[in-house]
Write a protein that binds this ligand. Structure first.
Ligand code: NDP
Ligand code: OXD
Length: 309
């Protein structure tokens, strides 16, 4: 029996150590060095090569190495019989709350402008709104979106949230489903995407959506690059429909040198660091799911293939 890690380009030795600190008896393979394909029963993946997972005849389940499992769902060669799960942890939530708050404060207090002004030795104060004058809309009220929304509301921001199913959350104006999307967007000044990438949400950050927001607003995308239609963002920025964009994720990562998002005053690029999975913080749940898979038990944090998340 072995637990296989597949994450091309990543140094996985700290993962191996973290798993062994939880249970030193677990045999670990790290792709592509696999001793015996027949022994692999559980795989932990991040951007694995497609059409690879169907070559392990005894594979029972796969886990994403991160919170999103879109890279697994999109692998159509993954047999239906194989369960998919992901990781969920307080550290991922905390980091995402920090990332979004940092972005909001930078936008609200105009630091995005002051940092650029430094380069020009320009002394120019700008007015800034108070939190209660700022309408923030969060797309996705799941493990990451809901606590992020609650934190912002506690700090006095006007917060609304949009999800698939209806929710009631104290001090948050909630909306659900496509029918309520327009209402959710009305008067949203900063739109934050924390949705999973699915057939329904791909390309959701598009010109039509930007036009329905408050004039001259901002978007923050910390979910997946494919949520955003890049050309629509450039058009919206150039025609003043949006004032700026704060982006952590991109359709192609690393963001290519020639991409139009680089070197723009009104686009902030961070290299997919909003919330990073740390080995010791989630080794326990990987080991737990590995053991559950071996004994035929239901996994924790499963992905519903129908819903796509
Ligand atoms: P969850 O699955 O816990 O939550 C997803 C939320 O999105 C739910 O509220 C769900 O609604 C809502 N949703 C899904 N589909 C739709 C839809 N079609 N219309 C409206 N709402 C929808 O996800 P997490 O909060 O854990 O993570 C969100 C994403 O963040 C991940 O999938 C990943 O891509 C990204 N991520 C990025 C990181 C980074 O470093 N940049 C780090 C970690 C995650 P409902 O509640 O009704 O089901
Ligand atoms: C994740 C991510 O999904 O890092 O965890 O994007």
């Amino acid at each position: 029996m072995s637990l296989l890690f597949i994450a091309p380009g990543r140094d996985l030795s700290s993962w191996e150590d973290a798993i062994h600190r939880v249970d030193s008896n677990i045999e670990i393979d790290i792709w592509p060095a696999i001793e015996d394909k027949d022994r692999v029963q559980f795989a932990v993946c991040w951007n694995h090569p497609q059409h690879l997972l169907d070559s392990f005849p005894n594979l029972k389940a796969v886990s994403s190495l991160g919170a999103g499992a879109d890279h697994l769902i999109s692998d159509k060669s993954l047999p239906e019989s194989i369960d998919i799960c992901r990781v969920v942890s307080p550290s991922l939530v905390q980091q995402m709350k920090e990332y979004i708050l940092a972005a909001i404060l930078n936008i609200q207090r105009n630091f995005v402008h002051y940092i650029r002004q430094n380069d020009q030795r320009k002394w120019q104060p700008h007015n800034h709104p108070s939190p209660k004058e700022l309408q923030v809309g969060i797309m996705g009220l799941g493990e990451l979106g809901k606590p992020t929304a609650k934190q912002l509301a506690e700090l006095g921001y006007q917060v609304s949230g949009w999800s698939r199913s209806a929710k009631e959350i104290e001090n948050i104006n909630t909306f659900a489903g496509e029918d309520e999307l327009v209402q959710f967007l009305e008067s949203t000044h900063i739109l934050i995407c924390l949705l999973p990438l699915t057939d329904e949400t791909k390309g959701i950050l598009n010109l039509n959506i930007f036009k329905q927001m408050d004039d001259h607003g901002w978007i923050i995308n910390a979910a997946r690059g494919e949520h955003l239609v890049d050309e629509d963002l450039i058009y919206a920025l150039d025609s003043n429909i949006l004032q700026g964009a704060w982006l952590d994720v991109f359709s192609e990562e690393p963001l290519p040198d020639k991409h139009a998002f680089w070197n723009r005053d009104n686009v902030i690029v961070t290299p997919h660091i909003a919330s990073i999975t740390k080995p010791d913080e989630i080794a326990n749940q990987i080991v737990e799911n590995y053991k559950r898979a071996l004994s035929g038990m239901e996994l924790n944090y499963t992905i519903d293939r129908e819903k796509g998340y």
